[in-house]
Write a protein that binds this ligand. Structure first.
Ligand SMILES: O=C1O[C@H](COP(=O)(O)O)[C@@H](O)[C@H](O)[C@H]1O
Length: 244
């Protein structure tokens, strides 16, 4: 079962970031109140960074227990741990470190400091997910590229086609850096809520393609290839929604 997309349009990127950050903290708080440790999958990218900064601003008033939420990423760039390209580093700098999220709650994908090559890194990460218990994500957030890629699953890229795996090593990524690790389509689809986060006119064609009827193939338009089990929401600013 997968939920039909719902579209929420905000006037601009700042308003979008504010709304998504508030809604995310509400969801985490609600899950914790019901005795559950929420599994939250973060994304990299420009609007994600704005959301992460906003989380730090409103965190104190949220009632969230930052020791009782697990954080993951949909993809990671296979570079050194201190590279500014790391999605993990971006989220740490924006909110995770300042809020004191304990190390055992941060499930970063390996860096080149941890594992020699990207294939071994993806395999090691997949094993780590299995050991944690892969019950899926409560909430998966996905940025979308101008080419409609999500995580590191790019249109017509052979590595995006991998099935029967949780994680895939991506070689020759069309967007630098060239080596990446990504959750597969199958693993991303094991999410109760999926939120797409998109801002800017440069993404308007990708948004329109992903939401076209009939739904395009995920090979052509990866952003059309994932829906939540309970909820699929496209959080857009007006520019990103301009070709719907
Ligand atoms: O490379 C990536 O790109 C996308 C979108 O990034 P943006 O800068 O165009 O907003 C991101 O969602 C993904 O996690 C990341 O690795």
């Amino acid at each position: 079962m997968s939920a039909e997309p719902r579209i929420e349009v905000h006037p601009d990127a700042d308003t979008l970031a504010h709304a998504v950050a508030g809604e995310l903290l509400d969801r985490i708080h609600q899950a914790q109140a019901s005795g559950h440790v929420p599994q939250i999958c973060l994304t990299g990218g420009t609007i994600a960074e704005a959301i992460h900064r906003q989380i730090a601003v409103i965190a104190d008033a949220s009632g969230v227990d930052w020791g009782a939420v697990d954080f993951w990423w949909g993809d990671e760039r296979f570079v050194s741990a201190d590279s500014p390209d790391r999605n993990e580093g971006q989220a740490r700098a924006a909110f995770l470190d300042a809020l004191g999220v304990p190390a055992h709650r941060i499930h970063a994908m390996p860096s080149t400091d941890d594992v020699a090559d990207v294939d071994a890194a993806a395999a090691a990460f997949e094993q780590a997910v299995r050991e944690h218990g892969s019950g899926g994500f409560d909430l998966l957030m996905l940025g979308v590229g101008p080419d409609a890629h999500i995580a590191s699953l790019f249109p017509h890229h052979p590595d995006a086609a991998l099935t029967d795996h949780i994680a895939v090593a991506v070689h020759d990524s069309p967007k630098p850096p060239p080596e990446r690790i990504s959750f597969t389509f199958e693993a991303l689809a094991r999410s109760r809520s999926v939120w797409f986060l998109v801002s800017g006119e440069g993404k308007a064609d990708a948004v329109a393609a992903a939401l076209a009827d009939p739904t395009p193939s995920r090979v052509d338009v990866p952003a059309a290839g994932v829906r939540g089990e309970d909820e699929t929401v496209w959080f857009l600013d007006r520019d990103a929604a301009s070709r719907l």
